[in-house]
Structures are given as C-alpha cells and as structure tokens.
Write a protein that binds this ligand. Structure first.
Ligand SMILES: [Fe+2]
Length: 235
C-alpha cells in the first residue's frame, strides 16, 4: 500500500472509532474534497524492538508478531495524530474534528507507553523475586504478603472488559496500588509511577489461549522480570 493511501486508511479508521455517525458523515464529506491532499507523517515517535518479548518462549510466534504489530500501529497512529493536530493548531481553524483528535491522542499515547512497559516487564529466564529487593519488602508491607499481592493482581485481570492491570506507586503517600485501567484511559492514577502492567486486551492472549484468560494470567505472572520492576521502583 502506498504511503499516502496508508495514511488515509489509518485516518479513516481513527475517525470511525472516534466519532458518532452524524459528525462522522459531515467530516467524511469534507475529507472527500481534500482526498488528494498529501499528508506527511511526523516520525517523532519510533516503535521500539523488544527482543526479550520476541524470545519469551511462552507465547506462540503468531501471538508475538500480532501483538508487536498492534503496538507498531499505535505508534503510527500517534504520529499521525500529532501531525494532524499540529496543522490544525498552526491554522487555528479549530473544529469538531480537531477536538476529537485531541480526545483520541491520550488513547494512542497511553497505548504506546503501556505496551512498552508491558513488553519490557517479561523475561524467559525466570528472574524470581528476591527477598532483598526493595520492591519485595514494600509489597509485603503494603499487601500483608507477596501472595496477597499476587492473588489480587491476578484476580484483577479477570475483570470483564478490555484494559490493563497495573501495579502503581504513589510517592506522595508512599503507597502501592493494584489498579484496573479501562482500555487505555480511565483508571490511571495521576502522578503515580507504573511499576508493572499486564495487558488483558483480547489480542494479548486469545490467539494462544482462546477464552482461557486465567491461564494466560498465570503464565504472565511466571515471566515477570522483577529486576525491571525494582529499577522502576528505585528510580
Ligand atoms: Fe496489547
């Protein structure tokens, strides 16, 4: 697919998933008039590679390839949104489309960042939690025991819906929280550090596990790289 065509297809997808039908039809008629306008995509964000995830050994090649593609598409969407919003801001011709693109921005931005935290958080080498890690002591203190935390984190993954489970640290109150993030948006705690996330969108497990989400969660819990979690906690 040519670059211009790919951009237009992507923009249509973004619009379709964002707007209600009356607004959408208005915008699409305007889009048709501008169909031949070329769009240069700002490449300020680059999709990263995650060799640790590619070699994780507990998911099929198909699932891994599919998941990385979804992440790469999020990076592409994010760059397209930035480019589009920038041209609106320069012209100061604000419209419903601009405001809806702004609304969409946090969805794509969080998708990129959450996926990066997720992919980074796994290792096939089985780096088990060491009792001398600061984060281990903190988990024990805040949740009563590591098992309590583990059960709570895994149980949250069974929420009906798509999103993320995250372990967050609030420096102001010196507290850890396990939270549910709906899709890529609601539930994120302002100012808290995300130490660990587990993707529970269907694309993260259904290729290998079908509807057996619990089995996927159990696998994920065994491949957490606690060195990375400790590093995030200590920074
Ligand atoms: Fe994902």
């Amino acid at each position: 697919m040519a670059e211009g065509e790919r951009v237009n297809t992507l923009r249509r997808k973004i619009l379709l998933s964002t707007f209600s039908l009356p607004i959408l039809s208005l915008i699409l008629s305007k889009k048709a008039a501008n169909h031949k306008r070329s769009v240069r995509v700002n490449s300020s964000y680059k999709a990263r590679s995650f060799k640790n995830f590619e070699r994780i050994g507990v998911f099929s090649d198909n699932l891994i390839k599919n998941h990385l593609r979804i992440y790469q598409d999020s990076v592409y969407s994010l760059n397209s949104l930035i480019e589009e919003m920038s041209s609106f801001a320069k012209s100061r011709k604000f419209s419903l489309e601009y405001y809806e693109l702004k609304r969409r921005f946090s969805y794509e931005f969080n998708s990129v960042r959450l996926h990066e935290i997720y992919f980074e958080s796994m290792t096939r080498d089985g780096v088990y939690l060491k009792e001398d890690l600061r984060v281990f002591k903190k988990i024990k203190g805040d949740f009563g025991s590591f098992e309590n935390w583990q059960n709570n984190f895994a149980d949250l993954g069974m929420v009906r819906g798509i999103g993320w489970v995250a372990l967050c640290y609030d420096e102001l109150s010196d507290k850890l929280f396990n939270i549910w993030i709906d899709e890529n948006l609601s539930g994120i705690l302002t100012g808290c550090k995300i130490l660990l996330v587990m993707d529970v969108f269907e694309h993260s497990y259904q290729i290998d596990y079908g509807t057996r989400k619990k089995d996927y969660i159990s696998t994920f819990m065994k491949v957490i790289d606690w060195r990375i979690v400790e590093k995030r906690f200590s920074e």
